[in-house]
Every structure is written in structure tokens, then in C-alpha cells.
Write a protein that binds this ligand. Structure first.
Ligand code: ADP
Length: 618
């Protein structure tokens, strides 16, 4: 009967037996399931592997004349083979056992079974390789050994492929590690492998052919074979060696480069250690390195800091959100820069300008943070001093001094000029013996002198504001009711109405505050239209941190351009003949309000009235 081509690819050679095909079917199924390492697939894999081993064992037993069950034609009968129909070769049977062992070993990796499995696979690779090479060299298998006699070409190729596939999949296989590795050894291995496999086959084929065809003698063939293999292998290995030398030189150069860079980095680090406070923490903020300056500034020894977090020097000054922002930034891989107030071992606060740099990333997470800090305590203290009361006071005094200079140069000059002018005229009169204008001149001089005295008195009063006393708690409602009593006469004369809202009790300089209210009410009554009755309204409203007071009137108002000028000492908008006064009232008011840490300002509409606002701290 004609054999179908699929059973024996090479005409006349062995056929693949049904049992061999069954072993490959088991192996195929096993390959599909064995990587899903569930308990069920493990059992199924073990059963399939066991079945292969069993088929192999029963076949070998049959060869040994022990026929337990007729395994050869158990499933189908073989009409093609003459000797032992349906029986796989011994080599195939052995490979079936080794296949089973290989799968079994994979399921039991890293145990003795795993190692046995690996040895089995290597043996199987060797066996099938012999058979494949024999086919490639067209050597009838019987001529090598009857062992391989009836192993079909595809059976041997499939076993070889299966052995290689399983070896490549098993993570414990050396073959896999060497073949797939990234190191130099593996690279050379991969380069040499095709040559080591193909050259001998090619030359053996040529050797056999040459001898068979009588082209050369066996001796000549073998010698040429040896020499050719040696020469070509040497040439190939030389090329690889040259390439290797080249990459080695490159590696040495890179190493040298790296050394230099490391040295530079080291110098850089030394420089940084001398000038900056440096710490390195792990990804959780646990300190793994601190430099000497860190220890010096914080007052802690390195041994006290290592293994702890920066919480050790936390001064409790910054909010949680501040540190949250810090962590959010560095965990993203960004550099965080800001100023931190820390506390040293002896309780002293120190400020550090800080940059925290995420150092390296492993598995998408920052693994280390480098903190570089500079001590800015002195600058911070200077800034704080600038903001302090002391400086505010100084500014206040400076302003006062400016006003005094202004007054001395302008307002006091005016009566002085009058006195000098008329004294000169008086002198001329005396010289010429005329006394006609003398009484007038004397009157002018006296008036100027009095004006000067009044100015100087006002100036002294202004300078004295807030000099001596302490603040006391004053019920402002009570104070206003007293002021109203004092001003009762004037209010009546002016037919005025003075309304006072609810007022708080506050810590103030009492005399000064009394003067403040008096001045504002008095101005509100004074700067009025002649025909309307004055209405003055006093209110207070509570705001965060302070009270805001307002004194509103329905008087003549103040033009926009004068709204600041009126607070300067001796500055008036009207001649004395129209509204009497010296122009010191509002300057006093502003000084009193500023003395209490508040502000004074005016809002006004000319012709309709003005509202003076001022604030007092609670
Ligand atoms: P004096 O009252 O002695 O003139 P002030 O310093 O109290 O000095 O006031 C300065 C100037 O501000 C006044 O001359 C006046 O022109 C203006 N002024 C003050 N209060 C009012 C007010 N309530 N309505 C309109 N103008 C005012």
C-alpha cells in the first residue's frame, strides 16, 4: 500500500506512527495550558505528561519483549509498516518519555523534578539532533544505529523544536539564560551558534558527497574537513574577537570618562558641603545622609539625625498645607524651593532657603530626595525688624520731624519776616526822627510776635501728643456724652443736631481720643453753610481686628485736591476772616489716630458735606 506523503516525507524512510502523533498532540495541548499555573491546569499538564511517559515506557517494554498491553495498535492499526507495525522507534519512545519529564519538570521548577526535567529535555534535544543531522546528511539511519532506525524526519524535527521551545521557556534553564541574556557572553554565544551548527553540517555533507562520488579519498576528505572547519572557525572567531576588542576599548574609554565625571562630582559635592546645608532622605523622608554644616546649624549629631525625618527640626511654624505642597511637588518629580523655619536642638529658630531635588526614579517612584539649604536667619530677622513696632515708631517720628522742618521753614518764617521788615522801618524812622508810623509798626510787630507765640505753643502741644501716659479702657459712649456736655453751648448757638450711635469700649490714650472727637465735631460744626442747621452724625462699626468710626456732617465739603493737604499742620483752605482757626486740628487728629495704629481719611462732596473716617485697633 502506498504511504501518504505526510507519514514519511522522505520516500522510503520511516513513517510517523500514530502513537508518536499522539505524544505530539499531548505536548501541543500541554504547551497551550501549562503556563496558566492554576491548580487545574497543573493537574491536566501532569496527566498529559504522564500519558507521554506511559506510551514511551510501554513501547520500550514491547521492544524488550514485555508486552503488557499492545500499545502499538491500541488506538489505530498501521497498514503501512512491515516490521512491528504501528510501533514507534526506540528513539521516539525515549523522546516521548523525555517530553513527559520535560513538562513535568516545568510544573515543578526549582525542585529536583525540575532539574530532572531539564536534563531530560537536553537529552531529548541531543537525540533528536542526531536523527535530524543524519537526515540532513542523507545517511540511512540504520547505518548509524538501529536505535534511530524508524524515527521519521518530522518526528525528529518536532522533538528537536519541542525540546528547544521548552528549554527556552523554562526560567531555570541555563540554555535560556545564555541564549537570551544581555551580557557579552550571551552576545558571543548568539553570534557563534549558527556557525557552530551549520558549518559542520555543511562540510560533513560535502565530505560524504565527495567520498561517495569518488572525487577525493576518505583520508583527503577528513583532513580537508578538519582544516577547513579550523580555518573558517578561526576566521569567524577572529572577526568576533576584533569586534569584541573594539567594544572593550570603547568600554574602557567610557569607564575613564565615568571616573573623571565621578571625580568632578566629588569635587562639586565637596564644594557644596562647605557652603550649603545638605541632607539626603529616602522616599519616605527618612534621613540617610547629612553633612557637617547640617549638624552644625541644627545642633544635632549625625547619629541623632540618621534614621529620623526632618520632623526633628520642625519648628511648628508652617501649616500642614505648606508641607503637603512640598510633598506633592517632589513626588511629582519636580524641584521644590521655598523658605523654611526650623528649630535647632537648643530650641533656637533658624531659617533656611531650601531646594529639595528628587534624585532618582525607580519603578515610577522617587527613591531619594536631596535637600540643599542655606541659612537665611539673619536676613529674616532683619526683615522682621523692619516690620516691627520699633520701625513703625521710627517712621512716625520721622514724619513728625518732616512736618516740624516744614513749619519752621514756612509758617514761622512769615511772622519773622514781618517782625524784621517792620523793625527795619522802625529803625529808619528813629534815624530820621519821624515817629508818625511808630505805633502802627509796633502793633504789627506785636501781632506777628503773638502769632509766632501761638504757633510755637501749637507746635509744642502737637509734639507732646502721646508722650507720657498708658492706654486705658475707655467707654467711648460715656466719653462722647461728656464731650457733648462740654460743647453744649456751641451746639445750641449753632442750632445743630449731634447724633451719636452705639460705641465700643476700647484701650486708648484717653486725653488724646477726647481731643480727636472734639476736633472732628468742632470742625463739623464750624465748616457749615450759613443758612442750614448743622447735622453731625457719629457712628462706629466693627471690622476684623479694628473698629471704624465716622463723623459725618452736612457742611461745605472739601474739594478732592485738598483731601490730603488738610491733614498737614497749619494748612487751611480758608482765610481766618471766613472760618477762624490755625490749621492744626486735623494734624493733631491724624497724629492721635496713628499713635493708636489706625488710619484717618476723609470722603467728601463739595457743598454737600464731609465724612471723616478713622480706625482704632481692638
Ligand atoms: P482749622 O480747623 O484750625 O482750620 P483743621 O486742621 O482742623 O484746622 O482743618 C484744616 C482745614 O480742613 C480747615 O481749614 C478746613 O478748610 C478743612 N476742614 C476741616 N474739617 C472740615 C469739615 N468738616 N468740612 C469742611 N472742611 C473741613
Amino acid at each position: 500500500m502506498e504511504k501518504p506523503a505526510v507519514l514519511s516525507i522522505i520516500p522510503g524512510s520511516a513513517t510517523m506512527k500514530f502513537n508518536s502523533a499522539l505524544v505530539f498532540l499531548f505536548a501541543g495541548v500541554n504547551l497551550l495550558i501549562y503556563r496558566k499555573a492554576t491548580a487545574r491546569t497543573k493537574v491536566a499538564s501532569d496527566i498529559l505528561a504522564g500519558a507521554s511517559v506511559l506510551i514511551g515506557l510501554l513501547t520500550l517494554a514491547a521492544y524488550a519483549g514485555i508486552e503488557i498491553i499492545s500499545i502499538d495498535n491500541l488506538f489505530v492499526s498501521d497498514p503501512f509498516s512491515e516490521t512491528n507495525p504501528g510501533r514507534m522507534s526506540q528513539a521516539t519512545a525515549l523522546c516521548a518519555i523525555l517530553t513527559g519529564l520535560g513538562f513535568w519538570g516545568y510544573q515543578h521548577q526549582n525542585e529536583i523534578a525540575g532539574h530532572i526535567g531539564l536534563i531530560g529535555l537536553k537529552l531529548m534535544a541531543l537525540l533528536s539532533l542526531i536523527s535530524v543531522v543524519a537526515y540532513l546528511l542523507l545517511i540511512p539511519s540504520e547505518e548509524i544505529t538501529s536505535f534511530f532506525q524508524t524515527m521519521a524526519i518530522h518526528t525528529s524535527v518536532l522533538f528537536l523544536a519541542l525540546a528547544v521551545a521548552l528549554l527556552l521557556r523554562n526560567p531555570y534553564s541555563h540554555f535560556r539564560r545564555i541564549l537570551l541574556g544581555r551580557q557579552a557572553g550571551s552576545i558571543i554565544y548568539r553570534k557563534l551558534l549558527p556557525v557552530v551548527l551549520l558549518l559542520p553540517i555543511l562540510f560533513s555533507f560535502m565530505l560524504l558527497l565527495g567520498i561517495q562520488k569518488g572525487i577525493f579519498t576518505l583520508q583527503f576528505g577528513v583532513v580537508s574537513y578538519a582544516v577547513l572547519i579550523m580555518t573558517l572557525s578561526l576566521i569567524y572567531v577572529s572577526f568576533i574577537a576584533l569586534g569584541l576588542n573594539r567594544s572593550d576599548r570603547e568600554r574602557s574609554r567610557l569607564e575613564e570618562d565615568l571616573k573623571q565625571r565621578n571625580a568632578q562630582l566629588d569635587q562639586f559635592k565637596q564644594g557644596m558641603d562647605k557652603t550649603a546645608i545638605v541632607a539626603i532622605t529616602d522616599h519616605k523622608g527618612v534621613i540617610t545622609y547629612v553633612n557637617d554644616l547640617f549638624c552644625e546649624v541644627s545642633g544635632y549629631a549625625a547619629s541623632e539625625l540618621l534614621g529620623r525625618t526632618h520632623a526633628l527640626v520642625n519648628s511648628g511654624y508652617h501649616s500642614k498645607a505648606f508641607y503637603q505642597n512640598l510633598w506633592d511637588t517632589i513626588e511629582k518629580g519636580d524641584v521644590w524651593v521655598d523658605e523654611i523655619r526650623n528649630q535647632s536642638r537648643d530650641g533656637q529658630y533658624y531659617w533656611v532657603h531650601t531646594a529639595i531635588i528628587p534624585l532618582s526614579v525607580a519603578h515610577g517612584q522617587q527613591s531619594e530626595y536631596l535637600a540643599i539649604q542655606h541659612d537665611i536667619t539673619q536676613r529674616k530677622e532683619a526683615e522682621a525688624l523692619l516690620k516691627s513696632e520699633y520701625v513703625k515708631n521710627l517712621e512716625f517720628k520721622n514724619k513728625e520731624l518732616e512736618q516740624f522742618v516744614y513749619i519752621a521753614s514756612h509758617d514761622l518764617q512769615e511772622p519773622l519776616r514781618t517782625i524784621i521788615g517792620f523793625t527795619e522801618l522802625l529803625g529808619k524812622d528813629v534815624a530820621s526822627g519821624t515817629a508818625e508810623n511808630t505805633p502802627l509798626y509796633v502793633e504789627y510787630i506785636t501781632q506777628a510776635g503773638q502769632r509766632m507765640r501761638a504757633l510755637i505753643k501749637d507746635l509744642l502741644d502737637y509734639g507732646r501728643i502721646g508722650r507720657s501716659k498708658e492706654k486705658v479702657l475707655v467707654d467711648l459712649e460715656q466719653l462722647l456724652s461728656d464731650i457733648r456736655k462740654d460743647m453744649n453751648q456751641r451746639i445750641k448757638e449753632n442750632k445743630a443736631m449731634v447724633k451719636v450711635g452705639q460705641l465700643p469700649t476700647l484701650p486708648v490714650f484717653e486725653t488724646e481720643i477726647r481731643q480727636l472727637f472734639q476736633n472732628l465735631i468742632s470742625n463739623a460744626l464750624k465748616f457749615q453753610h450759613t443758612e442750614t442747621a448743622p447735622v453731625v452724625e457719629l457712628q462706629a462699626r466693627e471690622l476684623p481686628g479694628h473698629w471704624e468710626f465716622s463723623v459725618a456732617d452736612n457742611g461745605i465739603g472739601i474739594a478732592d485736591q485738598h483731601k490730603e493737604r488738610i491733614f498737614t499742620i497749619f494748612q487751611r483752605l480758608h482765610p481766618k476772616s471766613e472760618y477762624e482757626g490755625t490749621g492744626i486740628g486735623l494734624a493733631h487728629c491724624r497724629k492721635i489716630v496713628e499713635l493708636h495704629g489706625g488710619d484717618l481719611w476723609v470722603e467728601s462732596q463739595t457743598g454737600k458735606g464731609s465724612t471723616f473716617y478713622f480706625t482704632l485697633k481692638k
